[in-house]
Design a protein around this ligand. Structure first.
Ligand SMILES: NC(=O)c1ccc[n+]([C@@H]2O[C@H](COP(=O)([O-])OP(=O)(O)OC[C@H]3O[C@@H](n4cnc5c(N)ncnc54)[C@H](OP(=O)(O)O)[C@@H]3O)[C@@H](O)[C@H]2O)c1
Length: 311
């Protein structure tokens, strides 16, 4: 476990890691990025580094047995890895998404580093254990990096089980999730009472409720934060259609709104990772490119928020 002092240092500054290992994987048109640096964040409880943009799979990877769509998602996932992505978030709640992730991972024949994050989501404790076994089979992994209690459902019993899995080294990290600004009081209570490694909740430039308390508490308790719904389920783009990016953002290499929204989130000192979801390779490319280069500071983040609110 890293100490408080190191955590504060680590959380205040991104870890800039060279990406020479990704050089060969990036295509000609991406060559600028092959020379650039990827922004990683520190997982507070261990010091492990993780890229600041991951991938969500709700709806986007729930494509059943449709071979054409599975091939398309494989391309999306390949792009994710090519740009240095690692953390994939899923859940048994997301229909066939976990199965599709397993299929896509199998199809991608390249050296990738995966940070596997799924959830347990059932009111029944016994069923939760079966659900987790099923997730191992669907993803085809021997170990999960992270399992989270989805939407706090039956969290007391599931957390006990997750701690046991962690003791047995079947998983590395334990977490809880909520979203849409729901159940913040309960989330705060659990964060205070349990030894959590991760907490996941909604945080984006518009849904900033977490700034009131949750983000500070996570920082204080050394709990790493995954920001879900970074684009408000895609709705943020409705505010920006036909709206130009400000020149001061472009000057810093922020060339599209996805990059603007993601940099706003991932530059927050308490945030470990944002997990945008997409079905589109071009969108994946935009999202992953936000992980490189300029990192907004507090003043710049404030400017971003004021600009967006005045659109
Ligand atoms: N309680 C929980 O645990 C919980 C709750 C909610 C979400 N989550 C997690 O968080 C993840 C993300 O949240 P979300 O899926 O609700 O929404 P989101 O990531 O905020 O938005 C997804 C939408 O944004 C669009 N999009 C993505 N990249 C884009 C780009 N570069 N340009 C334009 N549009 C873009 C996607 O459409 P295209 O397909 O066209 O790109 C999709 O419709 C989920 O997938 C899930 O893993 C967890």
């Amino acid at each position: 476990m890293i100490n408080k002092r190191n955590f504060i240092k680590a959380s205040l500054f991104f870890t800039i890691i060279g990406i020479s290992s990704f050089k060969n994987l990036l295509s000609e048109s991406n060559s600028d990025f092959s020379k650039s640096k990827i922004n990683k964040k520190i997982i507070a409880k261990t010091g492990q580094k993780v890229p600041s943009v991951g991938m969500g799979t709700w709806l986007t990877f729930d494509v059943g047995h449709n071979t054409k769509k599975i091939l398309k998602r494989t391309e999306v996932l390949k792009k994710f890895f090519e740009y240095g992505g690692e953390l994939i978030d899923s859940s048994p709640m997301y229909g066939t998404s976990e199965r599709v992730i397993g299929k896509c991972l199998e199809k991608i024949n390249m050296p990738y580093k995966l940070f596997s994050a799924t959830k347990v989501w059932t009111p029944n404790t016994w069923h939760g254990k079966q659900q987790i076994k099923n997730s191992f089979n669907l993803w085809k992994v021997n170990k999960f990096d992270l399992i989270q209690v989805h939407n706090l459902v039956n969290y007391e019993d599931h957390l006990e089980n997750l701690y046991e899995l962690k003791r047995n080294k079947d998983i590395d990290y334990v977490g809880i999730t909520t979203s849409h600004g729901w159940r913040h009081e309960k989330t705060i209570d659990i964060m205070k009472r349990y030894d959590l490694d991760f907490v996941q909740f909604t945080y984006n430039i518009l849904d900033d409720e977490a700034e009131k308390y949750l983000l500070d508490l996570a920082f204080e308790k050394n709990i790493s934060v995954i920001a879900n719904r970074p684009f408000k389920g895609g709705n943020l783009f409705n505010y920006t259609s036909n709206k130009k990016l400000p020149s001061w953002a472009k000057e810093e290499g922020i060339n599209n709104w996805a990059c603007f929204f993601l940099k706003f989130i991932t530059s927050h000192p308490s945030i470990t990772c944002a997990i945008p979801a997409t079905t589109n390779v071009i969108h994946m490319e935009e999202n992953m490119k936000s992980m490189y280069g300029f990192i907004p500071d507090k003043k710049f983040r404030k400017k971003m928020k004021s600009y967006f609110k005045e659109l």
